[in-house]
Design a protein around this ligand. Sequence first.
Ligand code: ADP
Ligand code: MG
Length: 262
Amino acid sequence: MSLLRVTHIAKAFDGFRALDDVSFEVDAGEMVALIGPNGAGKSTCFNVLNGQLRPDAGSIVFDGGEISGQAPRAIWRKGVARTFQIAASFAALSAIENVQLALASRERELRRWWMPIASMHREEALALLERVGMAAMAEQTCGELAYGDVKRVELALALASRPRLLLMDEPTAGMSSAERTSLMVLVKQLVAEQRVAALFTEHSMDAVFGFADRVIVMARGKVIATGAPDAIRRDAKVGEVYFGVGSLMEEMRDEMRDEAPR
Ligand code: ADP
Ligand code: MG
């Protein structure tokens, strides 16, 4: 049984079909890239998966239970973590304080506001930072960390909820190519070591073909291909979408140029 099974999901905005009969599966321990040109419906798909949007039709089964239409918080509690979408860390707090807060939130301890952060879950927080390669910088405030390092801390924040599925919509946007590779290597390790599943979108084809176990291709709200990276590379339909007239590859390069690094 797949960890995540999406079947016949539809979502329209004012009659425009952003998701049109979308079906796919993700297994535990799998790193899956969701790719497609701008406007294909990737972000809408993430929004439906994590409960931010209610699908018009279809089913989303996670770990054997239906989650479609549930509140984001409820879906998060079941083990679906969405990462890197918004700045998840507090710039004024140290890396470890940020993780300690996330752990407290998992344990529903935020009501204990009188407890100094410094005393909460320190060891577990440090272990999480260790896992993302940030233990040495634990005491630095997030505001003074490099962009790629902040993203590592934010990955630790996501891991604090002990997710079984990481949803990563353009996780490496704004990163240098070295930071991008390093983050993807890290996610790949976590996926392999802890049998977490990761579903990610990514503009860099190097990252997609270098790290994904499987690739799902969307165009105009539909899944047009699914398969191993090698098979996707050779898929004629995908070639048409990406390399056909008007060269969407060019468009993607332009987008990457537009992403101003911080
Ligand atoms: P992608 O992430 O693949 O670039 P999106 O899922 O963001 O694509 O968007 C798919 C389509 O749905 C786009 O045409 C977009 O304009 C439209 N869309 C997305 N969200 C909304 C919304 N909240 N209201 C209206 N249209 C939307
Ligand atoms: Mg998007």
